[in-house]
Write a protein that binds this ligand. Sequence first.
Ligand SMILES: [Zn+2]
Length: 339
Amino acid sequence: MCNSAASVRHPYAVGETPQAYREPEETGEAQAADGGEGGDGARRRRKGTYPPLPEPLPVPVIDNHTHFDFSEGPAVSLGDALDAAEAAGVRGAVQVGTDLASSRFTAEVVEQDARLLGAVALHPNDAPLLAGAGTLDDALEEIERLAAGPRIRALGETGLDYFRTGEGGRGSQLTSFRRHIDIAKRLGKALQIHDRDAHDDVVATLLADGAPDRVVLHCFSGDAGLARICNEQGWYMSFAGTVTFRNAENLREALLVADPSLVLTETDAPFLTPHPFRGRPNAAYLVPYTVRAMAGFLEADLDSLCARLTANTEAVYGTWDRPGEPGKHRPVAGVADHT
Ligand SMILES: [Zn+2]
């Protein structure tokens, strides 16, 4: 069964890149500036172009981690980006801040479009820089002020990153992570965790300090063992395009182990574009490639998986529609476990 037609408001052709995401030369508005067709210039442009619009999902889902303020291609307006996403069956998103500028941006745009909720934080790789400059405390105070907004539903992305930050920066990174945990608990917000090569210390810190009620491991990068810990603790696992990568067998094993009521999906756009478009820029309208792959790995019914993902996402962040705007989006129906 496919009831996608009713949810699609914008007539982009499946298999074509939405207009707003096309480079000028693709739309015939500009001449190729370098190289001829088939030359290095053309190859570079192809690599940098956005992938085509997928077949829309039969039941709308939500991208729970994306960065509309980071652009790897043409500057796309927020409304166009959300329209393209909606046409693909992605009816909303969590816009995520990583520093003061992007957290301020987040706080502003969540008030402009009902399809957006927000998360604000200082990225773990920024914490040592801010601490070194003596501005970490002030920055955290501003994050807490921004986090109080009614449409900011999470502190994130925060956490630990041992891939980019060396030993010397880990103390301030941990301090910043613990402060975000504390703010999330005091404000009753969810926590979106960035965990890169730091699984053990992320888990230990959450257990030692006491985790907020709703914890999301964004771009889940653990194995089945970490998925079991998340199941025990009731922590959500958000699967990104990485789960489709050929060499990501550990993520697929984790997905199979994960409690279906704790699974979310995201793009982390413009990064981590799903297979077969790895290396090209990512965007919220590309979520269906990841969700269809997840349904395949799980041997799950796609409608049920989509409904489950949306229900899980709203269990973490609350609902997207503003009061007074009933019926803008279709209700979630047919929620069922995908195992
Ligand atoms: Zn991110």
